[in-house]
Design a protein around this ligand. Structure first.
Ligand SMILES: Cc1cc2nc3c(=O)[nH]c(=O)nc-3n(C[C@H](O)[C@H](O)[C@H](O)COP(=O)(O)OP(=O)(O)OC[C@H]3O[C@@H](n4cnc5c(N)ncnc54)[C@H](O)[C@@H]3O)c2cc1C
Ligand SMILES: NC(=O)c1ccc[n+]([C@@H]2O[C@H](COP(=O)([O-])OP(=O)(O)OC[C@H]3O[C@@H](n4cnc5c(N)ncnc54)[C@H](O)[C@@H]3O)[C@@H](O)[C@H]2O)c1
Length: 472
């Protein structure tokens, strides 16, 4: 077959851009297809706008505690148009990294239209049919809308519309206590909205429950109200809504945010017709991210698996290496990090205590270090939180951190889990004083303490001391 390109990448989000850019930098002829804005969800309606909103909220919260450390601040005045402008300025500042021009400079042919897979090696975009020996599907996901009776008849927000608000919601009702629900509930509350969050199960269910309890307490103290139950029915009420919780109360609010997970963008553009297997959680892939048709890869949010920007980037670069150099690259989730950017942040790498005990039973030990023992945290007056180090013997299986900047502290534990460092190396490292990172050294050293100060080293130290007294 006379192919038009070496590889076709569908989707210009974190996954597709990494795969396309990687292949182009190795000199392959790459077709990159994106129907909407370049940069996908992370840049346009995900990570970037949500973290920009959180930054505005942090500023308001700081001022809301008027007297702290002997310093008096003026009460915050939140101008929602200013918040909106900050969010969109952040998007605009990062947009050049993901732009059509940048990827064309790297050597990609960029097509800005919807793609349809028309054959095992062919993709139609606009009036053109492209063909390649390898195809990468990186079509992302959309908000999953739960079966709440009456939802279609009321107006509601999702991450696709939330960041366009130009006025502060009076009372935001958030459905879903996952990462989006928790981050946005706290941010809107800090910016002055009343916030009620409805969740039937555990908040941040993938994280360590003790650590989540700490962030929940902080959010409650700041004014977020948590309602346990499933959102079952909703109706319009004046300019707002009234949400009925299954076997529970009815909550009235001015705005409704649906944050109940993601639906992979896997069907409706030709994959089923050519025999690519699609499961409940998305496109079915093997560890090398190959679909049931081995020359077609699926990466990022569109396939079954973790949905995070760094995961999309990791899979994009793996697949680029496999396609360009022919090196099979399997994904490895043993040191997968993630962080929810509430205050305090809730961060995780590797296994939680619960997951480790399910897998390894009594062989697991857990070391807990609290930030109220960390001297930088004390000096800063920001001691909420703790680090849980999960070990099997001295091998690190995971770390669960809740606290200010917890997400920044995961790296040494990632390296320990992957064998590029060890709990001993971290426990004996020299760490700048006073920093919050000292807690990582403290936890690692605690794991070694019984060995370092065990009976054998103690006996040896005593013998040496005796010898010195005799010989000196
Ligand atoms: C509010 C929010 C906050 C988040 N915060 C974080 C965070 O802090 N950290 C983190 O790691 N993750 C975060 N995420 C998750 C992160 O945004 C996603 O995991 C990531 O963006 C997925 O990247 P992707 O490339 O797989 O998909 P996407 O970014 O969705 O890209 C897919 C692209 O494919 C295009 N497309 C789809 N079908 C077609 C077609 N047929 N033809 C042409 N183009 C097509 C779409 O237009 C889209 O641009 C957040 C998500 C949300 C919603
Ligand atoms: N900081 C981050 O890394 C970050 C931030 C935001 C989003 N994300 C990613 O975005 C994706 C989506 O996040 P999310 O928070 O929407 O999904 P999620 O899957 O994390 O949480 C959804 C929650 O909605 C609840 N729910 C479902 N139906 C409900 C109902 N009828 N009533 C009440 N609650 C209901 C579920 O029990 C669940 O707890 C995730 O993949 C996440 O990893 C990541």
């Amino acid at each position: 077959m006379n192919f038009t390109h070496d590889v076709i990448v569908i989707g210009g989000g974190a996954a597709g851009l990494t795969a396309a850019g990687g292949c182009a930098l190795f000199g392959l002829e790459v077709a990159l297809i994106e129907a909407r804005e370049m940069g996908g969800e992370c840049l346009n309606d995900g990570c970037v706008p949500s973290k920009a909103l959180i930054a505005a909220a942090r500023r308001a919260q700081e001022a809301r505690t008027p007297l702290r450390h002997g310093v008096m601040l003026a009460r915050p005045r939140v101008d929602w148009r200013g918040v909106h402008a900050h969010i969109h300025a952040a998007i605009a500042a990062i947009a050049p990294h993901d732009s059509q021009e940048r990827f064309e400079e790297m050597g990609c042919a960029v097509f800005r239209d919807w793609a349809r897979v028309t054959g095992k090696h062919t993709v139609k975009v606009g009036k053109r049919t492209l063909s390649a020996p390898r195809i990468v599907i990186a079509t992302g996901s959309s908000p999953a809308i739960p079966p709440i009776a009456g939802l279609a008849q009321v107006s509601y927000l999702t991450n696709e519309t939330l960041f366009d608000l130009t006025e502060r919601p009076e009372h935001l009702v958030v459905v879903g206590g996952g990462a989006i629900g928790m981050e946005m509930a706290q941010a809107f509350c800090r910016l002055g909205s009343a916030v009620t969050l409805v969740e039937p199960g555990e908040l941040l269910a993938r994280d360590d429950a003790d650590n989540v309890a700490i962030v929940r307490r902080t959010m409650e103290e700041e004014g977020v109200r948590f309602v346990s139950g499933k959102a079952a029915r909703v109706e319009a009420r004046g300019d707002g809504i009234r949400l009925h919780v299954e076997k529970g109360e009815a909550i009235e609010g001015s705005h409704l945010l649906i944050a109940t997970g993601r639906k992979p963008n896997a069907s409706g553009f030709g994959l089923e017709e050519i025999g690519v297997e699609i499961g409940e959680g998305g496109i079915v892939v093997d560890q090398r991210r190959r679909t049931s048709l081995k020359h077609i890869y699926a990466i990022g949010d569109c396939r079954d698996g973790p949905r995070l920007t760094h995961v999309s980037g990791y899979e994009g670069s793996n697949v680029a290496l496999e396609i360009t150099l022919g090196l099979p690259t399997k994904v490895d989730w043993s040191a997968l990090p993630w962080c929810t950017y509430t205050a305090p942040e809730v961060a995780q790498v590797g296994m939680t205590e619960k997951a480790a005990r399910e897998r390894h039973g009594d062989g697991v030990t857990v070391v807990v270090e609290r930030f109220d023992d960390n001297e930088r945290a004390i000096a800063d007056g920001d001691t909420a939180g703790q680090l849980k180090l999960v070990l099997k013997g001295k091998k690190v299986l995971g770390a669960s951190i809740v606290g200010k900047n917890a997400g920044e502290m995961l790296l040494p534990f990632s390296q320990s889990i992957t064998g590029k460092s060890s709990s001993f190396a971290l426990g004996s490292a020299v760490i700048a004083y006073p920093t919050r990172s000292e807690i990582s050294k403290a936890a690692s050293f605690t794991a070694w303490e019984p060995t370092v100060f065990g009976s054998v080293p103690k006996k040896w130290a005593q013998t040496l001391a005796k010898l010195r007294r005799r010989l000196a």
